[in-house]
Design a protein around this ligand. Sequence first.
Ligand code: GLN
Length: 484
Amino acid sequence: MHRTTITQARELLHSKKLSSVQLTEAVFARIDSVEDKVKAFAHLMREKALEQAKAADAKIAKGEELPLLGVPIALKDLICTQGSRTTCASKILDQFVAPYNATVVNQLNAAGAVIVGKTNMDEFAMGSSNENSSQHPTMNPWALDRVPGGSSGGSAAAVAAHECIAALGSDTGGSIRQPAAFCGVTGLKPTYGRVSRFGLVAFASSLDQIGPITKSVADAATLLNVIGGKDKQDSTSANVALPDFTQALHQDVKGMKLGIPKEYFTGGMQPEVEKAVQEGIRTLESLGMQTVEVSLPHLDYAVAAYYIIACAEASTNLSRYDGVRYGYRSSKSDNLVNMYENTREEGFGEEVKRRIILGTFVLSSGYYDAYYLKGQQVRTLIKQDFENALEKCDVIAAPVTPYPAFKIGEKMDDPLQMYLADIYTISANLAGIPAMSIPCGFVGGENLPVGLQLMGKHFDEASLIAVGHNFQQATQFHTQQAPI
Ligand code: GLN
C-alpha cells in the first residue's frame, strides 16, 4: 500500500478499497521497518496523522472529494507547522514550535492531506548532501552508503523509500531537483512566486521556492494545484492565474521545441550520466519533440553569482537567531554581547557559519560593489540568457547533476567541490524559472539513478508537466524501486 502514488491512492481511497487509516498505518509500518537505515525524518507526527486520517475517512464516507483527501505527505523540516517542531535541522531551532502554519500547510490541510512528519535536511537548506544536518545524515535508499542529495534529501529519500506517498521540499539552488535525481524520484521547483513562501524558514528569500517531490509527474501536477497561487501573506507570491496542472497531463508534445543548451554539454559530466541524459533527449525526440540548439553563455558564472547572492541573503535572514526571542540560547554568557556570540557559535553548524561569514563579507562596505553588486549584474545576464533561449524553444533539457549520488563523507572536506556540483541547477533559481528533475536512467554497478532536467518559461510549469508526463508514459525509470 505504501508504494502507491497519489493518483493510485486516491482511486483506492475513493473506491473504498482502502481507508486512509489503513494507508497511513501502512506508511508508518514502512517507516518502522526502514527508517533506522534511511533516517529520512527529523521527527514524526504519528498521532496527529492518524487523527487526520480518521477525519479524512469520515469525509470520504460522506462522498467528499478533495485532491489529497487521506493521502500521507511528508514536509521538509523548514516548513512551519503549528503545534509541532520546525527545526531546520539546526541546533539553534531544535525546540522551536512555530505559532502558525505555513500557507502550504494550510493548503494541504484544506486539500485533506495527512501529514506524517518532517523530513531531515541540510541545516537551513545549506548543502547538497544532507550531511549538514545537526541531527544525523540521511542515507540514499538506492545505496545506503551514499548521500540522498540535499538539501531536501530527507524528503527525496522518504519518497524513494515509500515512507510517504509524496513530500514537499524547497529549492534555492537545486535542493528539490538534485536530491530527486539522486533518489530516482520526480522533483519540481516552481517559478519564483508561484507558491507562497509564508511560513517557509528563509535561506535566500529571492531564490527560495517550495515544491513537490513525488513518485510521478502526474503526482507533482496534483500537488502543485494544491500549493500554488497568490497568498496575501507573501507579497512575492505572484498574482497570476493558476491553471489546473493536471490538464497538462493530456497534452501532446508532438511539435513542441526542446532547447539543448550547448554550454551544458561540454564534457563536465561523468560519461555514463551524460549518456543517460542524451538518451532521455532522444526519447523526447521520439515522442515528436523537435530539438534546437540554444545558448546559455553565462553558465560559467552561475555558481559564483549564486554563492554570493545566496550567502548575502542568508547572512541577513539568519541574523534573527540571536537567542533573544526564540530558539536556542547559550547558558554560558555573562553579558548580552557574549550571549549573542555564544548562542550563534554553539547553535549554528560549520557550513551555516561559513556562509554567514561569506555573506557578511560580500555585503560589507568596500566589497559590496565588487561582489554583491556584480553578482546581481551577472544574475540579470543569466535571466536574459534564459529569456533569449526560451524564445527559440518551449522547454530546455539539461542534466541535473554531473554525477550520481556520492559516498557519505566523500565531499565533506571540500566545500568548493560541493558548491561546484550545483552548476546545472542554480541558474534556474537565479532566473526564477520553473525546473523539474525526472528519472532518466541508472548508472554504475550499483544502479544509481540519474535525473533529466526540464526548464521552462516563467509560470509555464504546465509545459514541464506535459513533457515530463509524456516521458514517463514512454519509459519505466520512475517506476523502478529502490532496493531498500
Ligand atoms: N546546494 C545548494 C546550496 O548548498 C542549494 C541549496 C538549496 O537549494 N537550498 O546552497
